[in-house]
Design a protein around this ligand. Structure first.
Ligand code: 5GP
Length: 204
């Protein structure tokens, strides 16, 4: 989009922001803060085949669906992206709500895993891709193995995964450090609401 094509005021909305990052970095917590404090931001509600956890509401935190329903959505092209996360459950972003909200020119946020972010990058390269990073490697290790309930082998697998996931930061437009949930969430919201003309990716 050129400057002359931008809507008045310089804001090239609609803006789609994709938030991803390593396992256990706290993406869900940051997205939850945005949900509670910034009703002007629309959060995509993913479909998942995992069962709800205590306190999770169908249609609010996720659409909890059967594997057959998920496969039908996938086959009919209803998912913008999808992935099997942690080798356990399927997760996907329903396509139509995202398209509808962007058509209404509302800022939209997707909180998804790295595999999903790469698919959205291929489908919608104009989106802004934000990587949520831990304050330090040690902090991430503490979050991953903090409970100490896993075997030595599980621990090694998790750490290997974390190293690979952290290396993906270079694929993203912006990195936000999750040193404090409220601060990180406010930084994210400012990216959702700022005029696209000041996007880092627009700078040659
Ligand atoms: P949880 O089951 O703990 O809520 O989420 C597990 C992981 O699934 C998180 O890393 C989260 O970002 C990811 N996730 C949630 N929704 C989606 C989605 O629609 N697509 C993809 N690819 N990942 C998702």
């Amino acid at each position: 989009m050129t400057d002359s094509e931008r809507p008045a005021g310089g804001a090239a909305h609609p803006r789609l922001v994709v938030l991803a990052g390593p396992t256990a970095v706290g993406k869900g917590t940051v997205a939850g803060y945005v949900r509670r404090h910034h009703p002007e931001v629309w959060l995509s509600v993913s479909a998942t085949t995992r069962p709800p956890r205590p306190g999770e509401q169908d249609g609010v935190h996720y659409h909890f669906v059967s594997d057959a329903d998920f496969e039908r959505m996938r086959a009919e092209g209803d998912l913008l992206e999808w992935a099997v996360v942690h080798g356990r459950a399927k997760y996907g972003t329903p396509r139509r709500p995202v398209e509808r909200v962007l058509a209404q020119r509302r800022p939209a946020l997707l909180e998804i895993d790295l595999q999903g972010a790469r698919q959205v990058r291929a489908a919608m390269p104009e989106a802004l891709f934000v990587f949520l990073a831990p304050p330090s490697w040690d902090d991430l290790v503490d979050r991953l193995v903090g409970r100490g309930t896993e075997t030595e082998e599980e621990r090694a697998v998790r750490l290997r995964t974390a190293r690979t996931e952290l290396a993906a930061a270079t694929e993203f437009d912006v990195t936000i450090v999750n040193d404090d949930v409220a601060r990180a969430a406010e930084e994210l919201v400012s990216l959702l609401l700022e005029p696209s003309s000041t996007r880092r990716t627009d700078i040659p």
